[in-house]
Write a protein that binds this ligand. Structure first.
Ligand SMILES: NC(=O)c1ccc[n+]([C@@H]2O[C@H](COP(=O)([O-])OP(=O)(O)OC[C@H]3O[C@@H](n4cnc5c(N)ncnc54)[C@H](OP(=O)(O)O)[C@@H]3O)[C@@H](O)[C@H]2O)c1
Length: 398
């Protein structure tokens, strides 16, 4: 490929090129999309629920992010006003980034956060939300109203018809709902959401199959890791040496969110996919990584080899492939008879790839397969960061 040299920063050059040479600007964007922004061009972000299991993942992912800079941390009144290092019980692998240890936890108030934290230079600030749904329901609209682009992990707004439920490789076009949302709610900012962690694995595996062969019926049985319940989560006396065959609300989320993610935008409105989904959700004594057994019925049933080829060849839209957090292979196909497994496969491509294996005929529907997804990375914090990167790439933030 021809090498291009850039004499100065992308952001200044791009501004100049927008007027005089749009094609050059496009090449610059593509070439440097994954690259480090200069400090003054980084987008300020705040993390709501920064002390929880998902919040801690956000801290690790954002401490050295090439486009974003952590400017504020917020959590409950229990933690507010205290240093992060003093208040946070760290529950994920690795250490907290040293840059955040001395930061003082702020209250969940957009006005106070904006004034007490050294100011963002960009017009929109991103608020990554790792709040419980009951808290998110009240707090996230306040941040959207105040001009923040809220990237939420909570389920509070996932089903609102004007709020995008997003996996960039699956339904990037659903971001078209943002303008409708802003107009309808008269908000300066907006809310986008990422799906339930189990649904993330299911929808990513189904997307290429649906595009190629038309998915019509799905039976999904999940074996979900304990970290999916946050900290302290499930009591050890309930989960050790055991399987819990009930996770409140989970089966309903799996069924509805799968249909929403595989749905389409028609005349600015989100239409659910016409797919029958039956879910059975179980909690198992695994630390991280959800495993899902799928049986799938199709409009045009593929052979096993055809399904494998479509899954292995899946890449997602070009604009998504160049984002800093996008994995090279969103789906990895395993051919060994005993894979995927959560302990061995959850960290594929930094926890951003979904691994699919055991693809074989099904006596009830057409094909069966097993899926593994990292629940707190692709299924939560890193999925949300990828969403935010797409918002920047599409010009909704920055
Ligand atoms: N864990 C997963 O795999 C996963 C995957 C996808 C989505 N999610 C979703 O992500 C969100 C966070 O999950 P998590 O597992 O990180 O939960 P978590 O470990 O329980 O953390 C909850 C966070 O919210 C704060 N918080 C709790 N109650 C609050 C209140 N009344 N007011 C203000 N802040 C409050 C906590 O702050 P304090 O420390 O100050 O109490 C903490 O920072 C949830 O909506 C969850 O459903 C989780």
């Amino acid at each position: 490929m021809e090498e291009v040299h850039y004499p100065c920063g992308l952001w200044q050059l791009e501004a100049a090129c927008r007027v005089s040479a749009p094609k050059v600007a496009k090449r610059l964007r593509a070439g440097l999309a994954r690259g480090q922004r200069p400090m003054e061009a980084k987008i300020p972000v705040v993390i709501l629920g920064a002390t929880g299991a998902v919040g801690q993942r956000f801290l690790q992912l954002l401490a050295d992010h090439p486009w974003f800079m952590i400017k504020g941390l917020a959590a409950s009144e229990r933690s507010s006003g205290r240093r992060y290092a003093e208040v946070c019980r760290w529950v994920i692998p690795g250490d907290p980034p040293t840059s955040v240890g001395e930061m003082v936890i702020q209250p969940l108030d957009p006005t106070q956060l904006k004034t007490t934290v050294p100011g963002p230079t960009s017009s929109t600030t991103i608020a990554f939300s790792a709040l419980p749904a009951s808290v998110a329901r009240d707090v996230e609209p306040l941040f959207a109203q105040a001009g923040y682009a809220v990237c939420s992990n909570a389920s509070a707004f996932r089903y609102d018809s004007d709020v995008p439920l997003l996996i960039p490789e699956v339904n990037a076009d659903h971001l078209a709902l943002i303008e409708r949302q802003r107009t309808k709610r008269n908000w300066q900012g907006f809310i986008t959401t990422n799906p339930n962690c189990t649904v993330t694995g299911i929808a990513m595996a189904l997307k290429p199959l649906d595009t190629a062969f038309g998915v019509r019926r799905v039976s999904a049985t999940s074996m979900q890791a304990v970290s999916g319940a946050g900290y302290p989560g499930v009591a050890s006396l309930d989960i050790l040496n055991n399987v819990l065959p009930y996770i409140p609300g989970e089966e309903e989320k799996i069924e509805q969110e799968t249909r929403l993610l595989l749905g389409s935008i028609v005349d600015g409105k989100r239409i659910e996919a016409d797919i029958a989904v039956s879910a059975q959700a179980n909690r198992v004594p695994v630390l991280d990584g959800h495993t899902i057994c799928l049986s799938v019925g199709f409009e045009k049933p593929p052979s096993v080899d055809e399904a494998i080829a479509v899954l292995a060849g899946f890449r997602g839209p070009k604009e998504v492939q160049v984002l800093p957090s996008a994995p090279e292979h969103p789906i990895l196909v395993r051919h060994q008879p005993d894979r995927p497994q959560p302990r061995r496969d959850r960290d594929a491509e930094g926890g951003m790839a979904v691994t699919v294996g055991r693809i074989r005929p099904c006596a009830l529907l057409d094909l069966r397969m097993v899926v593994v997804v990292h629940n707190t990375l692709r299924g939560a914090a890193n999925g949300s960061v990828l969403n935010a990167e797409l918002l920047v790439a599409q010009g909704h933030v920055g």
